[in-house]
Structure formats: structure tokens, C-alpha cells
Write a protein that binds this ligand. Structure first.
Ligand code: 2HA
Ligand code: ZN
Length: 270
């Protein structure tokens, strides 16, 4: 068996959580990540017949039976993942009953997966139904995006339009827009179901006055998506209170979309 601490999927989780912490998106135990792993790759590092313990998930994830995920732990701090991955991360497999997680590695102090596992697994199911390459769901608390949810209307189309206008790159990185949920209690199946429903039509979902969910085919892509949404929100928070002299027009947004061969979310551009 190879040393799992050197596995790309463990090293990358450490690096990503450290970056997110340094960007101020994951104070204290804020944020959580889940990443769908390739069974063959995991088998190079772990005996897949050895289940350390089982943990009930509290919801039905039948569509993911047998799938293996690396996930951050509940109450764990992103700033600590890189120095102690085995305690702060876990590798789980969805058991045959669809409602139990089998712990294959990690959570070494007896801990368990993120309290947001419902939102993560339900979002994985949604994203995989529209994009079989999707592997990552990532949640964090980007400062400017949160600020924006206090001063901007929370309508998906107008929120997306404002973000698209903030930098030329936005249309290229998130032509599918950002879905916006009103404030809801976190950690529940209800917010998980609402997030997953929105994830069918966009890879980013805003939790108003809380944070952001992003999806992607790998950690880089999901991280880059969140980074771009947050950059746009930062620009908005810098200029929202100033007279707007210039803007990127809808015609120009369409020119960007055409040049980069992306389809803007319908119903937004005039
Ligand atoms: O895991 O961010 O939404 C801590 C959170 C809950
Ligand atoms: Zn959160």
C-alpha cells in the first residue's frame, strides 16, 4: 500500500483548505469540502474491505451507493487540515442502505463528517445528473459575497447580472450564473434539498447572509469559480455606493460569450 498522506487527493485538500483559510473565507470551523474519489485510485492507498466505523447520514443517498468521498470534518478548522489531515479529513463510502457512511480513513479523534453533508451529497447527485465529470462540492464564507447579500436584491437573475458586469472574466467563468437562496437554517436536509435543486441549473449557489456553494470537476475548478464570484462581489462592494460612470453593457456581455463560446444563462441579457 502507498502512503495515503502522499496521495494527491489528500495533499490537494490540505492545500485548498489552507488557501481558503488565508483568503478569509473560512474562519474558525467555517466551510466544508467533499470530493468524489476514484475507487481504483483509493485502493492503492487503503484496504477497501476495512471499515473503521459506520456513521448514519440522516438522509437517503441511494444514488451514491458505493461511491467514495473525501470530506472535511464537522467542527474542524480549515487552517489545521494541512498539518493534520488524518484528524481533520475523512474518507467515506456510502453503504448499501444509502443512509450510512462507512469510514475508511480519517476523523482519527472519533469525529464525523461535516454537518453540511446533506447539502454536499444531494448537490453531488444534482451535478452528476447534468455533468458526469463533476467531482467537487465546496462551501465557504467569502466576505464580499456575504456583504453583497445584505445590500443587493436576492433575485438570481439580477444578482447574476450584477456580478457579470463587474469583470470581463465572469461571463467566461460562470455563464450559468449564480443561483441565490434566501436565508435558511444551515446543516439541515431542507437547505440541502434547496441547494441541490439549484445545483441542477448552476454550479454556484449563494446562501444569503451565510456563504457560497461551488461545484467543479476538480478542486482547482471549484476553487477558481468561487474565487471569481468573490472577486466580482468585491468589485461590487467597492463601487456600489459610487456613481456608476461606465459599465459593461449587455451587448458587450454577449460579445464575450460569443468569443468564448459559452451560452449565457437565459433570461438575463436584454
Ligand atoms: O461547517 O460552514 O455551514 C461550518 C459551516 C456550516
Ligand atoms: Zn457555512
Amino acid at each position: 500500500m502507498k502512503n495515503i498522506l502522499e496521495a494527491k487527493f489528500v495533499v490537494e485538500m490540505g492545500k485548498t483548505t489552507a488557501n481558503m483559510y488565508r483568503l478569509g473565507w473560512d474562519e474558525r470551523n467555517g466551510g466544508n469540502i467533499s470530493c468524489l474519489l476514484d475507487e481504483k485510485e483509493v485502493a492503492e492507498y487503503l484496504d477497501l474491505n476495512r471499515v473503521i466505523r459506520t456513521i448514519p447520514t440522516g438522509f437517503d443517498a441511494t444514488a451514491l451507493i458505493g461511491k467514495i468521498f473525501i470530506v472535511t470534518g464537522t467542527g474542524k478548522y480549515f487552517k489545521n487540515v494541512e498539518e493534520d489531515p488524518e484528524n481533520n479529513l475523512g474518507i467515506i463510502r456510502i453503504a448499501k442502505d444509502g443512509t450510512t457512511a462507512e469510514l475508511l480513513w480519517g476523523f482519527s479523534d472519533g469525529g464525523r463528517f461535516t454537518s453540511e453533508l446533506p447539502a454536499h451529497l444531494m448537490s453531488h447527485i444534482s451535478r452528476l445528473s447534468v455533468d458526469p465529470k463533476n467531482r467537487v462540492i465546496l462551501h465557504c464564507h467569502p466576505t464580499n459575497l456575504l456583504a453583497m447579500t445584505f445590500v443587493h436584491e436576492l433575485d438570481t437573475n439580477s444578482f447574476t447580472h450584477t456580478l457579470w458586469q463587474m469583470c470581463t472574466e465572469c461571463m467566461v467563468v460562470f455563464p450559468d450564473g449564480v443561483e441565490v437562496l434566501p436565508w435558511m437554517l444551515c446543516g439541515t436536509n431542507e437547505i440541502g434539498e434547496a441547494t441541490a435543486e439549484k445545483m441542477k441549473s448552476a454550479r454556484s449557489v449563494v446562501w444569503s447572509q451565510h456563504g457560497l456553494y461551488g461545484a467543479g470537476k476538480d478542486l482547482d475548478e471549484a476553487f477558481g469559480l468561487v474565487e471569481t464570484v468573490e472577486k466580482a462581489a468585491q468589485l461590487y462592494m467597492l463601487i456600489a455606493h459610487l456613481p456608476r460612470v461606465n459599465t459593461i453593457t449587455d451587448d458587450q456581455l454577449q460579445i464575450i460569450a460569443d468569443a468564448f463560446h459559452v451560452t449565457p444563462r437565459p433570461g438575463i441579457l436584454k
